[in-house]
Design a protein around this ligand. Sequence first.
Ligand code: ZN
Length: 250
Amino acid sequence: MSRSESRRLTFWIAVYCLAFTVVLCALYFLFVAVTAPWATHTGRLQTAYIASPVQVIVDAGHGGRDGGATGVTGLVEKNLNLEIATLLHDMLCAAGTKTCMTRTVDSLVCDESDPALRGKLKQTDLKNRAALAEANPGALFVSIHMNNFPVEKYSGLQVYYSPHAEESRVLAASIQANTAALLQPGNTRGIKAAGSNIYLLNRIRTAAVLVECGFLSNRAESACLANGTYRQKLALVLTASVLQNLREPS
Ligand SMILES: [Zn+2]
């Protein structure tokens, strides 16, 4: 073998050794990445997150240009709805429930500045809320509102339920009973099936309730609803009631 042939052979042996080492290292790092506990855990979490459907939809009534009711003490319904809905959402998430909201800001559930929606903002808003429920047929839909009446003496939380799904009535009964037991001992109100005047509950075919959290027309109840601690207790009662009625993941 000539000297030049010997050099060429040495060169190719070195190249093959280097390539073999690179392949071995790559296989080693791949093995570590796949079998390390953190890698497996992260992978499972991501898969579980992507695969798990929404269990609860929390709907803060009104918003933006639609303030809802204004109470005797000046409380505006849309703001209270969003505060209580956000508390409920956060508590359910903390309990490990996959929860989403129809709105998280002071706006209708549509683009209020879209000229094409002029004159039909409210209609579009309600359709979009219903569409979110229809897109998640396995979820419980909980709509948060405040009551208002021309006579001041009436007070107390009251729950309406969709007449289309039995789960709606059961969830409504839980909320009403837990409220009387834990928050409003004098509340003797009964649950009511929604009439045609409550568009959302009539449109939604899956489990859905609408909680009238209290009367803004009643000074004492308005004072309660204006209190942050009371709102937290109320959200806790709603959270416990929803958790009691969560569907088993299929
Ligand atoms: Zn309302």
